[in-house]
Design a protein around this ligand. Structure first.
Ligand SMILES: C[S@@+](CC[C@H](N)C(=O)[O-])C[C@H]1O[C@@H](n2cnc3c(N)ncnc32)[C@H](O)[C@@H]1O
Length: 256
């Protein structure tokens, strides 16, 4: 999981840099920033590096991911300004505020009660503070040949079904949710990202890790042929020169 999250930011680095610059433009000097569902820390660490006077609190449920994040913060020389907090954001929140920016990348769809989480974020922000939500439609797509596209379609349909069954909030209109939660909508953008072949080694590795993760998630639902096809793709991704990376990201900014 940590490798896949790290690769996502690394492979889509131009896009990631653009989002970090956008977030940085929203905050005052010496900002206090909270990364909700920080995962491996790609957001928290990039924000700390981009804003040398920022203090960043990275919150996540998963202690292994937070340990990885602390290790990377030390390597990046920002450990004195990045603290981690292990918390279940569906439960009672620890005292995280006051914050100038709350950053939530691919984490809001995990929240059990999104209106409750939006209200908690609002309470945690200083007046005028910004809440930047990034969401995605699914895993990226990598294949262009007709059989590969059809396989990815089947995988994505199954993943969508499993996410719906698990109660995840994919495809929500976060702009409308922010407004009903009392935020002023300050920005909304859709990014259709595409990297063309030949891909660099890190992007081929990203394809491989994604295929492996999809296979793991779909082990009980895909046909034996589709599982075997995913195995083959994962095993050969590094040698292929026809892979692409296609991903869609939506970003909303709400102001308290
Ligand atoms: C898809 S990952 C995104 C990680 C990171 N924000 C990024 O963009 O790479 C979602 C993260 O949300 C965390 N998460 C999910 N539900 C959570 C909860 N109830 N409380 C805290 N963290 C949660 C997961 O542990 C995971 O690290």
């Amino acid at each position: 999981m940590a490798e896949m999250l790290d690769l996502d930011a690394d492979v889509l680095d131009d896009h990631h840099r653009e989002l970090i610059a956008w977030a940085a433009s929203l905050v005052p000097d010496h900002p206090r920033i909270i990364d909700l569902g920080a995962g491996s820390g790609t957001g928290a660490l990039a924000l700390a590096r981009h804003l040398p006077d920022a203090e960043v609190t990275a919150v996540d449920l998963d202690e292994d991911l937070l340990a990885h994040l602390r290790h990377r913060a030390t390597e990046a020389g920002v450990a004195d300004r990045v603290r981690t907090v292990r918390a279940d954001l569906d439960g009672a929140w620890p005292d995280l505020g006051p914050a100038d920016l709350v950053w939530a990348s691919a984490s809001m769809h995990h929240m059990a009660d999104v209106d409750r989480t939006l209200a908690q974020v609002r309470d945690t922000l200083r007046p005028g503070g910004a809440f930047m939500i990034t969401e995605l439609d699914s895993f990226p797509r990598f294949l262009t040949d007709p059989a590969g596209v059809a396989l990815e379609d089947r995988c994505h349909a199954e993943l969508d079904r499993l996410r719906r069954e698990a109660g995840m909030h994919m495809g929500l209109d976060w702009g409308a949710r922010l407004t009903s939660a009392g935020f002023t909508l300050d920005g909304e953008r859709r990014f259709d990202l595409e990297l063309r072949p030949p891909l660099p080694a890190k992007a081929r590795r990203y394809a491989q890790v994604t295929m492996q993760r999809m296979r793991h998630r779909l082990e009980d639902t895909l046909s034996a042929d589709d599982l075997a096809a995913l195995d083959t793709l994962a095993a050969t991704a590094n040698d292929r020169d026809d892979l692409v990376v296609r991903a869609t990201r939506m970003v909303w900014v709400g102001r308290r």
